[in-house]
Design a protein around this ligand. Structure first.
Ligand code: GSN
Length: 223
């Protein structure tokens, strides 16, 4: 049996969390090695393990993969979560890049100083309600299928559910005007692999706390 993928990152969401989601959705067990101090990252930077001296890094199938998007592309392709042909794959790419832009806004919000949070939250509310979620509501409504692309479960469904949950953490009523997305959320949350990942005790990470951010700042030497 092939070794389990091994994820190298700090013990928080950041740029690894979507990778955790994707492996979990695919039903793949994985191990994690958490960076705890600056020296843990320095060691990997000095021994040539990290192509660009950065994590996330995932050991999988004899490779040491870096760059979170490349890692997600590999996992999604390997586990048939990336469409049946080039056109479906490109649709999925467009959808997940939009989702990633919203995800990035929410990730940066979580590490924004208190005085600037209100303005950032207003941008998230506007983008979620007026730019991103209307698009996915319409796609699902227009084709009437259970999944975003090709009538089949894909990474786009996984990543949309992930960002819906993050958006709800900062803006609980965000789906109130999107009935189709409410049904989509319930449906994707009930897929057995995802249902398991959503349960307490899984490898899913909680929202970034002040404490976790302070720890990450030390590891990554962020001023
Ligand atoms: O998506 C990616 O994996 C890369 N384009 C960015 C990875 C990155 O910024 N990694 C940071 C850790 S916090 N990431 O979200 C990192 O390893 N910083 C250490 C450094 O020396 O740059």
């Amino acid at each position: 049996m092939a070794a389990k993928p091994k994820l190298h990152y700090f013990d928080g969401r950041g740029r690894m969390e979507t990778i955790r989601w994707m492996l979990a959705a695919a039903g793949v067990e994985f191990e994690e090695k958490f960076l705890e101090k600056a020296e843990d990252l320095e060691r990997m930077q000095n021994d040539g393990t990290l192509l660009f001296q950065q994590v996330p890094m995932v050991e999988i199938d004899g490779m040491k993969l870096v760059q979170s998007r490349a890692i997600l592309n590999y996992i999604s392709t390997k586990y048939n979560l990336y469409g049946k042909d080039l056109k479906e794959r490109t649709l999925i790419d467009m959808y997940v890049e939009g989702i990633a832009d919203l995800n990035e806004l929410i990730m940066m919000y979580s590490i924004t100083p208190p005085g600037e949070k209100e303005a950032k939250l207003a941008v998230i509310k506007d983008r979620a309600s007026n730019r991103y979620f209307p698009v996915f509501e319409k796609i699902l409504k227009d084709h009437g299928q259970d999944f975003l692309v090709g009538n089949r479960f894909s990474r786009a469904d996984v990543q949309l559910l992930e960002v819906i949950l993050y958006a709800e953490e900062v803006y609980p009523s965000v789906l109130s005007k999107f009935p189709v997305l409410q049904v989509f959320k319930a449906r994707i949350s009930n897929i057995p692999t995802i249902k398991k990942f959503l349960q307490p005790g899984s490898q899913r990470k909680p929202a970034m706390t002040e404490e976790a951010f302070e720890a990450a700042k030390i590891i990554f030497k962020i001023k």
